[in-house]
Design a protein around this ligand. Structure first.
Ligand code: AMP
Length: 129
């Protein structure tokens, strides 16, 4: 049974895509900690990030960097925080979270419930730069 992220990558369920290449896919977290919270996933379905082979992990971090640069250009923040949790979805992923405060990256705290329209606005902002 494919993971929810494999279904997203394959276009079987919708996502707010931010960037894609042959190996990786970036899209908005549907329940973001803050506006611009983005997930970066490898197309290969592996549960645990540190089970990726070295080359894929290295390439994934560089892909995440290119996405973080785009986010930071348009979302007001001090920097883009990086986190790996993976307790909910068993498909390796990196969280990119725009930060102005330490509390912005508290995964135990409340998440935003953004409307489809609000998520599309954020997606457009990041994509168009
Ligand atoms: P974790 O596995 O603990 O790192 O958390 C998984 C993250 O994926 C959570 O922040 C969810 O809000 C997010 N998520 C789960 N399903 C979707 C989806 N269909 N589209 C976008 N984000 C999702």
């Amino acid at each position: 049974m494919p993971s929810v992220f494999t279904k997203i990558i394959n276009g079987d369920i919708p996502s707010y895509k931010i960037a894609e290449n042959d190996s990786f896919y970036a899209f908005l977290d549907i329940n973001p900690l803050v506006k611009g919270h983005t997930l970066v996933v490898p197309k290969v379905e592996i549960d645990y990030l540190f089970d990726l082979d070295d080359q894929t992990l290295q390439d994934m971090m560089l892909f995440a960097k290119s996405v973080a640069v785009k986010i930071k250009e348009v979302i007001p923040c001090k920097r883009i925080g990086v986190s790996v949790i993976g307790l909910e979805v068993p498909h390796a992923h990196i969280h990119l979270v725009p930060l102005t405060d330490m509390a912005d990256i508290n995964f135990s705290g409340p998440k935003l419930a953004l409307s489809v329209e609000e998520l599309k606005v954020v997606q457009d902002l990041i994509i168009k730069g």
